[in-house]
Ligand binder design. Structure first.
Ligand SMILES: [Fe+2]
Ligand SMILES: [Fe+2]
Length: 472
């Protein structure tokens, strides 16, 4: 396996210099990427030194490299996980055949769409988060935001590499289009709904990292099972970066919860807004919003597309190879919730068409583990409050529940009840205005905004007052 070569204009471990055509395509794309980064990347901090980590190899030790970098000089590159010798296709109709090193002609269009859809989310989140730096709660958080942003930029590189290397002219056109769509733009929006939502404040940012980046984890994990080996290896390395984004989300929300509990104890009141905190009922509303938006990203409960991706060997299940079944699923069943008139029911559906729902199940279980850890924080302060995930039928725009109104506890309700209650369940303009009012930048070393607790430890074990971003 080639080590990562940082002397190259495009750092990579795929021996790029040996493929002149591909190298030229990527070198042609690089300035366009940088132009996009300047236009749509973090606003106001492009010339600052940021304490970032850079991958130096794709093994576990490869993350040890920390240092000050100006973001436009970040070494975005192309890193694939180590190849597995004699890797096979592990599921679907081609099970047992050698994994593909080239795109199989019959799946070209499908595979390209899968890669473009994943790729589109990467620059989208950078665009969504571009104004957040101006209101950071601390230098520590500012640095974490930028780390997430440069890595999403690298994920875009990862997908563009696949498109340019394996899809010829179509791929190059898609690579350009990835830089042209804009999150939230009326005329040229990003492909998926959640990636056109606003991320107006840091609470939304942490929720996004927890819920929406976690969708990314599950999508990448199923693509990491792909029979198309370059996609599998690309996604396996991306997953190591994604883990950090979810850490930022979970710990960010956890620190806000902690601060709320501290203020409740200190002032013996539930009304922590009076003391500049974010109250737990408001946290619950943000959970309801971000969870429901992210659940939609998994698609319809019953999906022939998902079945086709699987049968073709393109997209597997989460931890496919750890599952002990036939990996073809031709005659299995799977429990899927759906509507029966006015009732929510569970039906046994054919396993193959239920793959979206199965992935959503894995995702929900993972989210619940994080919520449990937040509840531990609440309990440890002796506060009587439990955060919960909304029922998965709540506020859905895609799938079986898109047409009905459902309460967070999973009752089908009338439009009238929805109208009367939704302000109790979702952030209102007042809630957003209150959260917005807290968003004042704190950029002194070692200082922290009053609505969030300090982190348990510094990045790379740095001291509390470490200068994560040099602003002067
Ligand atoms: Fe990503
Ligand atoms: Fe991410």
């Amino acid at each position: 396996m080639a080590p990562i070569d940082y002397n190259e204009r495009i750092p990579n471990n795929v021996s790029l210099t040996e493929n002149r055509r591909l190298l030229r395509a990527l070198e042609d794309w690089q300035p366009k990427f940088l132009e996009w980064w300047h236009d749509m990347g973090p606003e106001g901090f492009q010339s600052r030194d940021v304490y970032l980590r850079t991958a130096v190899s794709v093994d576990a030790k490869g993350w040890a490299q920390f240092g000050y970098v100006k973001m436009p000089e970040y070494r975005w590159g192309i890193f694939l996980a180590e190849p597995e010798t004699d890797r096979r296709i592990n599921f679907g109709d081609h099970q047992g055949q050698p994994a593909w090193q080239d795109v199989p002609g019959e799946y070209r269009g499908t595979l390209r769409r899968l890669i473009v859809t994943q790729g589109d989310t990467e620059p989208a989140s950078v665009e969504q988060q571009r104004h957040l730096g101006r209101t950071c709660p601390s230098l520590y958080d500012l640095r974490n935001l930028f780390q997430v942003n440069v890595e999403e930029g690298r994920h875009l590189w990862a997908m563009v590499y696949l498109l340019d290397a394996h899809f010829g002219r179509d791929g190059r056109e898609e690579s350009e289009a990835l830089l042209q769509r804009r999150s939230g733009d009326h005329d040229k929006p990003r492909i998926l709904g959640a990636f056109n939502e606003k991320t107006p404040d840091w609470l939304s940012f942490f929720m996004f990292c927890f819920f929406t980046d976690r969708d990314g984890k599950y999508q990448l994990a199923s693509l990491a099972e792909s029979g198309f080996d370059p996609l599998s290896r690309t996604c396996r390395f991306m997953l190591t970066e994604e883990a950090h984004h979810m850490f930022v989300g979970e710990s960010g929300v956890g620190r806000i919860v902690q601060r709320a509990c501290e203020l409740m104890r200190e002032h013996t009141t539930d009304d922590v807004r009076k003391h500049g905190g974010i109250d737990l009922p408001t946290m619950q509303k943000y959970i309801n919003f971000h969870c429901s938006v992210s659940l939609d990203l998994f698609g319809s409960e019953v999906s022939t597309n998902a079945a086709n991706f699987y049968t073709a060997g393109l997209k597997g299940r989460f931890e496919e190879t750890k599952k002990a079944d036939d990996h073809r699923l031709k005659d299995g069943v799977y429990p899927v919730i759906g509507l029966d008139g006015e009732k929510i029911v569970t039906r046994q559906e054919a396993a193959l068409v239920s793959l979206n729902e199965r992935l959503r199940d894995d995702y929900v279980a993972d989210c619940q583990r994080g919520v449990n850890r937040w509840n531990e924080i609440i309990k440890s302060h002796g506060v009587d409050f439990t955060l919960t995930l909304p029922h998965r039928a709540f506020r859905r725009a895609i799938g079986a529940f898109a047409e009905v109104r459902v309460s967070p506890d999973g009752r089908i309700i009338s439009q009238a009840e929805w109208d009367a209650r939704h302000r109790d369940w979702l952030p209102t303009e007042e809630d957003e205005a209150y959260v917005g009012s807290l968003m004042k930048p704190v950029t002194e070393r070692g200082k922290m905004a009053g609505w969030i607790a300090p982190p348990a430890r510094g990045v790379n074990s740095q001291a509390e007052d470490f200068e994560y971003v040099r602003l002067s």
